[in-house]
Design a protein around this ligand. Structure first.
Ligand SMILES: C[S@@+](CC[C@H](N)C(=O)[O-])C[C@H]1O[C@@H](n2cnc3c(N)ncnc32)[C@H](O)[C@@H]1O
Length: 265
């Protein structure tokens, strides 16, 4: 079986679009997994994936690394907190937020903490999604080792976490604000009506075509004036073409239609 055929089978049989991932990285990881499982070729590995849920879980787990932490790139979270969100909250009391490819939940919980500080008690909706159901279980549990909290101040630790058996557990008031669900950015439809979409450190694994598809989807999913927050090493080159304006490093705002018309003239 060729690699092309393997990708087709995975798409048809398991529902994952491997074409969306950069090939070199994907092959490196795939071959490492095949060696670990001692399978000699793609056909044997596909048979294993199709018949063994554990091998499938491992495969999903391996597609991208799910390294993350609270307030990853603190200067960007500070910009969000000090410049982006206050303006949004002044215009709209309750925000709808999507943390896409949220990994173990450190990102959406960071967002919930900032929103609780800026606008206490308001019922914001934070939806957090990831391809990997296993990592979402970790996210729902909300228990983290010390090293993921290196950017969490002592004041925030006191207010939003408790310590339990050597782990830091996110407080219920914050946990309640976030809902988690499985979502594949490459194959599933996107919900709409978001004020803020945070999609960070996953597009780096995707091909340029897949990135373009994602960003166009995010623009459709945002309300006019809504903001897209991307990773520190990710930029959207064609942001103007797809109806965004840059409002800061890693922050793009969906242009209101009237602005678009003005620009086109
Ligand atoms: C490096 S983590 C990023 C976590 C967080 N956004 C951050 O920036 O710290 C990448 C995550 O992307 C997820 N992922 C990979 N492919 C995906 C896809 N097609 N759809 C949704 N999530 C995906 C992985 O499961 C992983 O949890």
């Amino acid at each position: 079986m060729t690699f092309e055929l393997f990708k087709e089978k995975v798409r048809a049989g398991l529902g994952f679009d491997l074409d969306g991932y950069k090939e070199k990285q994907l092959l490196r990881r795939l071959h490492a997994l095949m060696a670990r499982r001692r399978v000699a070729d793609y056909a044997a590995y596909y048979r294993l994936l199709a018949s063994d849920p554990e091998a499938q879980r491992e495969f999903i787990d391996y597609l991208t690394i799910n390294v993350t932490e609270f307030f990853r790139d603190p200067h960007l979270f500070r910009y969000l907190e000090e410049r982006v969100l206050p303006e949004m909250l002044a215009a709209k009391p309750q925000l709808r937020v999507w943390s896409a490819a949220c990994a173990n939940g450190a990102e959406p919980y960071s967002l919930a903490i900032i929103l609780e500080e800026l606008a206490p008690g308001r019922q914001h909706r934070i939806e957090a999604t990831d391809l990997d159901p296993g990592i979402l279980e970790v996210a729902r549990a909300g228990r983290y080792p010390e090293d993921l909290l290196r950017h969490v101040s002592p004041a925030r630790r006191r207010r939003f976490f408790r310590q339990e058996d050597g782990a830091w557990v996110v407080d219920d008031q914050i946990r309640r604000r976030v809902t988690f669900r499985v979502h594949d950015l490459l194959t599933h439809p996107y919900r709409t009506g978001y004020d803020l979409i945070v999609c960070r450190n996953v597009q780096i694994y995707f091909t340029r075509e897949a990135q373009d598809r994602l960003n166009a989807g995010f623009v459709r999913a945002l309300v006019p004036g809504g903001v897209l927050f991307v990773g520190a090493s990710e930029s959207i080159f064609n942001y103007r073409e797809i109806g965004l304006e840059k409002v800061g490093t890693c922050f793009y705002r969906k242009v209101h239609k009237t602005h678009l018309r003005t620009e086109a003239r």
